[in-house]
Write a protein that binds this ligand. Structure first.
Ligand SMILES: Nc1ncnc2c1ncn2[C@@H]1O[C@H](COP(=O)(O)OP(=O)(O)OP(=O)(O)O)[C@@H](O)[C@H]1O
Ligand SMILES: [Mg+2]
Length: 367
């Protein structure tokens, strides 16, 4: 990464490593830089190092190696309460013996803000999360969603420029989660705050974020805006982790420019875009999204290789049809087609041919 990008960054991790036991690295050479006002989500399986990164940024854990910078200044030696960062956790973490207003007032008292200003800020923060009437309640007298709104208000009350959220909606039901997802992103953009958000819910990550960092095994596997992550996964882990995906295994037989030919393990040939392969003879796993597979030959490029497929299951889903096929030995090959008046409904047992535009079929690393 260029040095200039890092100096302009509001939040920067530079070659950060973390080991808890002095032996195993749970965060491996993390480089990440975020501009001011960005909403970035860390997404990844359990144990991939997301919370650890957040804790290092907040100052509750120290990096074993590397540097973390805020607004161009190294914060490695600054204690958490002096970093000016707001935090929201999964389990609300409100003080149970305090009222809502007292909970919100606390971070202001710690910062030595006078009484009348405190009251004004608390009121403003409560109004922001539409909880103005709840100042006198205790946490136990509220629902989970209400408590989480208060936790959010408490993280915002001292007007931090950076807010960290670790699965803040994990304990809530689906509907409430969706409402709050919307409120959090709106609020963040309105206030111009920079947010680092952690989740292992990919829909949440894709819908809320400016960029998503996909974590696995202590490393960022890909860092990109949601559409790019879904449409242009750079490796097999990301292709598999984000959205629904079909994979076929084979060996590269021809490669030139942005086109390659792959011989699948059952002997058939297909066309693909070389993404993570560089030479003939290399093993690859090709990846193609269900909505990019065509069985209508008119929509395919001339000369495209076609594959034989057998329809195993046809599922009517209202807006789309989801069809499961057997393709090159893979019995879980899914295609999705839009429900339109002229759309063909496939029947189980039917033999068809499928194909795709080579740029929609990505030749990635073999796992
Ligand atoms: N305080 C700790 N002491 C020792 N090991 C830890 C500690 N905290 C986390 N780990 C280990 O570090 C690794 C990364 O954990 P981390 O909590 O960062 O993962 P995560 O991505 O947040 O996972 P989840 O989605 O389950 O919350 C895991 O293997 C975990 O067991
Ligand atoms: Mg975690």
């Amino acid at each position: 990464m260029a040095d200039t990008a890092e100096t302009d960054a509001f939040v920067a991790f530079e070659r950060v490593q973390k080991s808890y036991d002095g032996e195993n690295l749970v965060v491996k050479d993390l480089n990440l830089s975020m501009p001011k006002g960005e909403f970035l989500t860390m997404l990844g399986p359990s144990g991939s190092g997301k919370t650890t990164c957040l804790m290092m940024l907040a100052g509750f854990e120290t990096a074993t190696y590397g540097e973390i910078k805020l607004d161009g200044v190294s914060i490695n030696n600054i204690p958490p309460h002096k970093r000016g960062i707001g935090m929201v956790f999964q389990n609300y973490a409100l003080f149970p013996h305090m009222t809502v207003a007292e909970n919100l007032s606390f971070p202001l008292e710690v910062r030595k803000i006078g009484k009348s200003e405190r009251e004004a800020k608390v009121k403003r923060a409560l109004d922001m999360v539409q909880m103005g009437a709840f100042g006198g309640r205790r946490p136990a007298q509220m629902s989970g969603g209400q408590q989480q709104r208060i936790a959010l208000a408490r993280a915002l009350v001292f007007e931090p420029e950076l807010v960290l959220m670790d699965e803040p909606l994990g304990a809530l039901d689906k509907q409430l989660r969706e409402t709050l997802q919307f409120e959090i992103t709106n609020l963040a953009h309105e206030l111009g705050i920079t947010v680092v958000y952690v989740t292992h819910d990919q829909t949440e990550a894709l819908t809320m974020s400016d960029r998503v960092a996909v974590f696995d095994d202590g490393r960022i596997q890909q860092l990109a805006p949601p559409d790019e992550l879904y449409e242009k996964p750079q490796n097999s882990f990301v292709a598999q982790f984000i959205g629904e995906n079909n994979t076929l295994e084979g060996t590269v037989t021809k490669i030139s420019g942005n086109h390659c030919e792959v011989r699948l393990d059952n002997g058939e040939l297909i066309d693909a875009l070389p993404v993570n392969v560089s030479a003939e003879g290399e093993r690859t796993r090709v990846s193609i999204r269900p909505e990019r597979v065509e069985f209508n030959k008119d929509r395919l490029q001339e000369g495209a290789h076609l594959l034989k497929a057998e329809v195993l299951e046809f599922i009517y889903m209202g807006d789309i049809f989801r069809t499961r096929l057997r393709v090159a030995g893979n019995e879980d090959f899914i295609i999705k087609t839009r429900n339109a008046p002229d759309q063909v409904r496939l029947e189980p047992g039917q033999q068809i041919e499928i194909g795709w535009l080579p740029e929609d079929c990505r030749a990635l690393d073999a796992i």
